[in-house]
Design a protein around this ligand. Structure first.
Ligand SMILES: [Ca+2]
Ligand SMILES: [Ca+2]
Ligand SMILES: [Ca+2]
Length: 252
């Protein structure tokens, strides 16, 4: 259970991983520059670091099933084709389990703006259906079915679909829903009978569209609000959405 220091002992996460064994901790120090994509070849690794760390993506090599992030570093994780347990930290984490029945845990408290986590299904081989559920025992939940396995989601705020006709459903928290290509159904959730806690609400996120998109929100007639999109990101159906696109830099 060694603790490997980056950059004072190892110049990069990749160099530390090469020296690590299962269960070790890689600690990112204040001088670590970030901007690294590294492959994780050891199991049960813990990667700890401060909130100043950004633009780091870790990919689990084949056969590596789990990783845990601690601290506040903004680190994204990509799983492999097997079942993965990926646990984020108090920073912003984009977690993509890929195929297999994965557990994606955003980490950190729900409803805190500094901890904005995505369950990411970009690259899925077919449609996915992802649903977030409300707080129970202090944590939000969720699950996915479809082309990327049956995942379990914990403390995830935002959902990104793939290139097919995905169904993404938020919960009573403020959610960003990015359908991507394909005729998606985006359901904000949490709005029956009035507004949602917090000042923002739910976003249909078209930031990755390859061309222009036209989004129309319609009034609710005794039920949830509606809406639809046309253009470069497919013909989406929008339900309980308050905003489209997004100015927030953590939504990419
Ligand atoms: Ca996986
Ligand atoms: Ca997080
Ligand atoms: Ca919501």
């Amino acid at each position: 259970m060694a603790i490997l220091l980056v950059p004072s002992q190892f110049a990069s996460i990749a160099a530390a991983v090469a020296a690590a064994t299962a269960g070790d901790t890689i600690h990112l120090e204040a001088g670590y520059a970030g901007n690294e994509a590294a492959t994780v070849t050891v199991g049960n690794l813990v990667v700890d670091g401060p909130s100043s760390v950004a633009n780091v993506t870790l990919t689990l090599a084949a056969g590596v099933s789990s990783i845990t992030l601690t601290g506040g570093a903004n680190i994204d994780v990509r799983g492999n084709g097997g079942p993965n347990s990926i646990t984020g930290n108090a920073g912003d984490n984009d977690l993509r389990g890929n195929a297999g029945n994965d557990t994606l845990n955003g980490g950190g408290p729900v409803g805190v703006a500094a901890d904005d986590d995505w369950a990411d299904y970009a690259g899925a081989g077919g449609a996915v259906k992802v649903t977030l559920t409300d707080i129970s025992n202090g944590h939000t939940g969720g699950f996915s079915t479809g082309a990327d396995g049956n995942d379990t989601l914990v403390d995830i705020e935002n959902l990104r679909g793939g290139d097919f006709a995905d169904t993404l459903t938020g919960n009573a928290e403020n959610n960003h829903l990015r359908g991507g290509a394909g005729a998606d159904t985006l359901i904000g959730g949490g709005h029956t009978g009035g507004g949602e806690a917090g000042a923002s609400g739910d976003w249909a996120d078209y930031r990755g569209a390859s061309g222009s998109v036209r989004v129309t929100l319609t009034d609710g007639t005794g039920g949830p609000t509606g809406g639809f999109s046309t253009g470069a990101d497919g013909a989406d159906t929008l339900i309980d959405i308050q905003f489209s696109s997004s100015p927030r830099p953590e939504c990419f």
